[in-house]
Design a protein around this ligand. Sequence first.
Ligand SMILES: NC(=O)c1ccc[n+]([C@@H]2O[C@H](COP(=O)([O-])OP(=O)(O)OC[C@H]3O[C@@H](n4cnc5c(N)ncnc54)[C@H](OP(=O)(O)O)[C@@H]3O)[C@@H](O)[C@H]2O)c1
Length: 255
Amino acid sequence: MTHRILILGGTTEARQLAGKLAHRKDFSVTLSLAGRTESPMAQGVPVRTGGFGGADGLAAYLRGEHVDLLIDATHPYAARISANAAKAARQADVPILALRRPGWEPVAGDRWTLVDSVAEAVEALGTAPRRVFLAIGRQEAGAFEAAPQHRYLIRSVDPVDPALAVPDAQYLLARGPFAEADERALLEKYRIDAVVSKNSGGAATHGKIVAARALGIEVVMIRRPTLPDVPSAETVDALAGVVDHLFDPVAERGV
Ligand SMILES: NC(=O)c1ccc[n+]([C@@H]2O[C@H](COP(=O)([O-])OP(=O)(O)OC[C@H]3O[C@@H](n4cnc5c(N)ncnc54)[C@H](OP(=O)(O)O)[C@@H]3O)[C@@H](O)[C@H]2O)c1
């Protein structure tokens, strides 16, 4: 019996999870991407791309494709798709699991200013001109046009288009993971005095946080959005274990 699994992705962990589950011959795994990134990494399993048309659209997809399990492995700040996933799973009566990578916790030496939104992060930078490293992705970078007094270094996977309407912005195109030593060199080279970050968790983008700590630089940390309460695991291995257990071939044979 083949079990059809749909993974909502767009993260490194989603790709890794897909690869892991695809080893099981009785699993048919499809990965779903929003289609934001121009040339996404090879994912190793069949991929479908683009929005579903809200929770109703996703529920229709789950029914139409006879999906047996939905896995939400999207980014912790992708709150809309996570909410849609929980709702669609209920509507279509399909089990749902989520991969929820834990956030980073501040430690001694960190200078974090916690805010609840990108707009609050803009405010938190203050009125005096600063050298700001924006590491929040390109989608919301535009909000910083409201604070044109700062000099910005903006890093994203795809170009920020249109460029920010501010007098001083430099752009870096790069895809993680980022090593701590390289992050430190970057902060020093551009004489950064404030980093704006999401609390993404995980190792791939943690280097800038550690580097900022070492250099005594403030981090304006945007808190995570609230996500729906669905059964979840924190790591790829733990989630793969739950899935294996759910579709245990021995139990299914009735042994
Ligand atoms: N937000 C971030 O900081 C961040 C960082 C790294 C990666 N990502 C990844 O980028 C993607 C989009 O993020 P976002 O912040 O725009 O999400 P979002 O605000 O929660 O989602 C907006 C809409 O995009 C579509 N969508 C999002 N993820 C999808 C997926 N995996 N497959 C199919 N459709 C998807 C859905 O459209 P419909 O309603 O039409 O279905 C959703 O309503 C996610 O897959 C996320 O994992 C996000």
